[in-house]
Write a protein of this length. Structure first.
Length: 136
């Protein structure tokens, strides 16, 4: 029977690099049951025409932390909702870190909160997400 506890997912994330991680340049700093911390350096190609980091890049970082946190409890699961609130801009050269914590884990659905900060600890964005376990 498939491991629904997430232990297999935690081990997988500790030992393998997802394709999207390689593409974006993200690094899983820490992952444990109900928690994930992911970091990423903001590259020049991530900047929009205003010279600030494109919101979709910040959302991708937050989403990866969210996905790791919720899958660490019940694997496999997928997001059904994800909201991001941008509080200030990020810039090229910044190192952003997303920390996700599951705040409610039910039988089929979990809810997590994510904070994205820069290298100085300044809050860049907050996000909330809901996932649902995937039955094969």
């Amino acid at each position: 029977m498939e491991d629904k506890t997430g232990d297999a997912f935690i081990e997988l994330m500790r030992t393998h690099n997802e394709s999207i991680s390689s593409f974006l340049g993200t690094k899983i700093v820490d992952i444990s049951s109900g928690y994930a911390k992911v970091s990423m350096e903001m590259r020049p190609e991530y900047l929009n025409f205003y010279g600030v980091v494109f919101g979709g890049i910040i959302m991708s970082l937050a989403d990866q932390a969210f996905g790791c946190a919720v899958n660490s409890l019940k694997y496999p699961s997928l997001a059904v909702q994800f909201n991001t609130y941008f509080l200030t801009s990020a810039y090229g050269g910044d190192r952003l870190t997303a920390e996700a914590r599951v705040i409610k884990s039910g039988r089929r659905v979990s809810v997590a909160e994510v904070s994205v900060t820069n290298q100085d600890g300044k809050l860049i964005a907050r996000a909330t997400g809901t996932d649902i376990i995937v039955e094969k």
